[in-house]
Design a protein around this ligand. Structure first.
Ligand code: GUN
Ligand code: ZN
Length: 434
């Protein structure tokens, strides 16, 4: 590969720490007239344009943006590829929603051509919304993961995905067996895990749809390969929580089911966690597990309000999830708009810098990838966005009234969506242009 070096000049902002730990002012770096230098797909320098330019060769290629903000690519820690075609399904809460809409929709992935088509739509949608890394649920069919990784590999994206494991309490046309889920997951791990920027996640759907045998084998897989991820759902809906207690009466509670089968750990991400208790948060934190906070989904499915302050009290890793198709938007900006309201309804605040943290570095930490993504530090992957202050007439007018980067950032998260993302870069390559 020939050596390449390019520079991007604009306002630049990135989160460098959790505001809950260091305070807001120490949690970010902002360069009003900044320069980001990219060499061979990685960031090599970031700083004030005037200072950095004097250190660079005079003929370096510079792209200069007016009225724009460069940020790290956004990180979606929970989303479902095979639910792309069912966003906004009317009227049901979790368990009925799964039976009425989700399972029939996911069954279409038995057809590889369908899986290919949706994987293409899904990845374009991620990139249009500025999401450069996602932790993705496939369907029960291995080809859902093959289609997704094939498409992600072509663009050299950093992505994590897994085939759903579910061997009970779902229609026959959509269940595997403990044994087949193990064998199929293993084949996908061998094929994809660690290939380029791709990683595999062992993916038991949730406790009600796995037998104890299947959960045992999921735990076994995690022990067989280094750095595998585990993703599942937990304590999203009160009826679901009750059902888990009926199915696993010998366990202390929902989290204890996963704990018993050795599914907690530093690369384990649990979606929702709306109804977790204090002890469960403590156990998640102790094991280094993470929660994906999915506000649009928790509103849409009537699941409840995630208690972010409780998670912060336990120093629990939290990332942000769109949870499409329970969630209603691929946009993590819109997801933050809803996250803010979740906090308002609990008498709490979500500062724009905490929001930025959740969508970038917080997500990266939840995925143990903070040395590679989530910030614009030199040495990390050049996955970044150019956000357009003039994306819509209202945004443009509103941002002219903003007095500082805190206000600008908050308005971007309130009014912003896919239209705000002018460009998305992955490993230094332009992968989306509005
Ligand atoms: N719990 C089990 N499966 C699902 C799913 O597909 N979406 C959501 N939101 N929750 C789940
Ligand atoms: Zn989900």
């Amino acid at each position: 590969m020939p050596f390449t070096r390019k520079a991007y000049r604009a306002a630049i902002l990135h989160s460098i720490a959790d505001p809950a730990e260091v305070g807001i002012e120490a949690s970010y770096e902002y360069f009003e007239d900044g320069l980001l230098v990219v060499e061979n797909g990685q960031i090599s320098a970031i700083g004030h344009a005037t200072e950095l330019l004097s250190t660079l060769p005079a003929d370096i290629e510079i792209t200069h943006y007016q009225d724009a903000l460069i940020t790290p690519g956004l990180i979606d820690t929970h989303i479902h590829l095979p639910q792309t075609g069912m966003v906004g399904a009317y009227g049901e809460q979790l368990l009925d929603w799964l039976n009425t809409y989700t399972f029939p929709c996911e069954s279409q992935f038995a057809d590889k051509a369908h899986a290919d088509e949706v994987a293409d739509i899904f990845i374009k949608e991620l990139l249009r919304n500025g999401t450069t890394t996602a932790l993705v649920f496939g369907s029960v069919h291995p080809q859902s993961v093959n289609s997704f990784f094939e498409a992600a590999q072509q663009l050299d994206l950093r992505m994590i995905a897994g085939k759903v494991m579910m061997d009970r309490n779902a229609p026959d046309y959509l269940t595997d067996t403990a044994e087949s889920s193990y064998v199929e997951s293993k084949a996908l791990i061998e094929r994809w895990h660690g290939k380029g920027r791709l990683h595999y996640a062992v993916t038991p759907r949730f406790a009600p749809t796995s037998t104890p045998e299947q959960l045992t084998l999921a735990g076994q897989l995690l022990g067989e390969y280094p750095d595998l991820y585990m993703q599942t759902h937990i304590s999203e809906n009160l009826k679901e929580v009750e059902w888990v207690k009926e199915l696993f009466p010998e366990r202390k509670g929902y989290l204890d089911v996963y704990d018993h089968y050795q599914l907690l750990g530093e690369r384990s991400v649990f979606a929702h966690g709306v109804h977790l208790c204090d002890d469960e948060c403590a156990r998640l934190a102790e094991t280094g597990s993470a929660i994906a906070f999915c506000p649009t989904s928790n509103f849409f499915l009537g699941s409840g309000l995630f208690n972010l302050p409780m998670a912060e009290k336990h120093k629990l890793n939290v990332g942000l999830g769109t949870d499409v198709g329970g969630g209603t938007s691929f946009s993590l900006l819109q997801t933050l708009n809803e996250a803010y309201k979740v906090m308002q309804l609990q008498g709490a605040r979500l500062s724009p810098f905490k929001s930025l943290y959740l969508a970038t570095l917080g997500g990266a930490r939840a995925l143990r990838l903070e040395d590679k993504i989530g910030t614009l530090h030199p040495g990390t992957d050049a996955d970044f966005l150019v956000l357009d202050y003039n994306a819509t007439p209202l945004l443009s007018y509103r941002l002219k009234q903003a007095n500082n980067i805190a206000e600008t950032l908050f308005v971007l998260m309130t009014l912003g969506d896919d239209r705000t993302v002018l460009q998305t870069y992955a490993a230094g390559t332009l992968v989306h242009q509005r």
